[in-house]
Design a protein around this ligand. Structure first.
Ligand code: NCD
Length: 307
């Protein structure tokens, strides 16, 4: 597994074994800053250049990869598709071949097409880090989510996790389902029928589906809310107010969960659609802890691949 990470990079959670995930999570803990501190500065990526190629919008993921690269002493260049030759009609493979000719040591990429990083990785002899591909996977998000849960709970095994929202279009949900089920969590996926594909119940052991928020939240240790992916919905989506009425997380819902429940969201959050401000800003919310762990986890991943 170690060699695959070094040669191929990190394409998904599905193909990682539990031991490798645990090592990355432990290393991320080492990188977490103490109170009032910033992230450690190391030289593990000294002399290494990473290209961050984002074909889709990103704030947290892109900036945290950049900070991680710099804290590890590496050089990095970020390219947004809008400002690159893809907007002049260049194909994905031509763009990647062009970049590879400039000899970076790794490429971090986000793309709207599911499977794009896997496709690129078959053509280029460069480690690729998937920063989110279509509706498929977002491996570093699942790692930072697991790191955040483990900062609040001793183990993932037997944990009751409710993942709520636009499951159909969520790469965050898919990566989390793979990771959490490898560690024996009980997962309930909840959303409106049109956004909750029935086949996901077979995706991994310990997964069940529900259309009902109250049912999904009963006794939950972790509530993971998802953004409605309007950019991936081709049929007319539910009105924000209608969605919020049935699937928006409000304080009375949190009462149904376990008393020590934590509320998560990968961001960007849409207040008043999937989440009320009262919950987003409450003591139960660990949304900013997730962002903080994003840097630590990406440091662990980059160090493992390039260090
Ligand atoms: C997520 C993504 O892009 O998949 N955001 C993120 O990386 N923090 C979730 C989303 O956009 O809804």
């Amino acid at each position: 597994m170690a060699d695959l990470l070094k040669t191929r990079g990190l394409l998904d959670i599905e193909s990682l074994d539990r031991g490798t995930i645990q090592e990355l999570l432990d290393r991320a803990k080492f990188f977490q800053p103490g109170p009032g501190e910033t992230y450690k500065r190391l030289e593990s990526l000294k002399g290494k250049t990473t290209v961050n190629l984002f074909f889709e919008a990103s704030t947290r993921t892109r900036v945290s990869f950049e900070i991680a690269e710099r804290r590890l002493g590496g050089d990095s260049i970020s390219i947004a598709a809008q400002g690159s030759s893809t907007s002049k009609g260049e194909s994905l493979v031509d763009t990647l071949n062009t970049l590879a000719a400039m000899r970076p040591h790794a490429v971090v990429m986000r793309h709207a097409a599911s499977g794009a990083p896997q496709f690129v990785s078959r053509h280029l002899k460069l480690p690729i880090v998937n920063a989110g591909d279509g509706t498929h996977e977002h491996p570093t998000q699942a790692l930072l989510d697991a790191r955040t849960i483990l900062d609040h709970r001793p183990t993932l095994t037997g944990l009751r996790v409710a993942i709520i929202g636009d499951i159909a279009h969520s790469r965050v949900a898919r990566s989390n389902i793979h990771l959490l089920s490898k560690f024996g969590a009980d997962i309930v996926l909840c959303g409106p029928p049109s956004l909750l594909p029935q086949e996901l119940a077979q995706m991994a052991p310990g997964v069940r589906l529900s259309w009902n928020m109250q049912d999904a939240l009963a006794g939950a240790d972790v509530i993971m809310m998802l953004r409605v992916q309007l950019e991936r919905q081709y049929e007319s989506p539910m009105l924000a107010s209608e969605y919020f009425r049935f699937y928006g997380l409000r304080p009375e819902h949190v009462e149904l969960a376990s008393p020590h429940v934590i509320v998560m969201h990968p961001g960007p959050i849409n207040r008043g659609r999937e989440l009320s401000s009262e919950v987003a800003d409450s003591q139960r919310s660990v949304i900013l802890n997730q962002v903080e762990n994003g840097v630590a986890v990406r440091m662990a991943v980059l160090e493992r691949i390039l260090g």
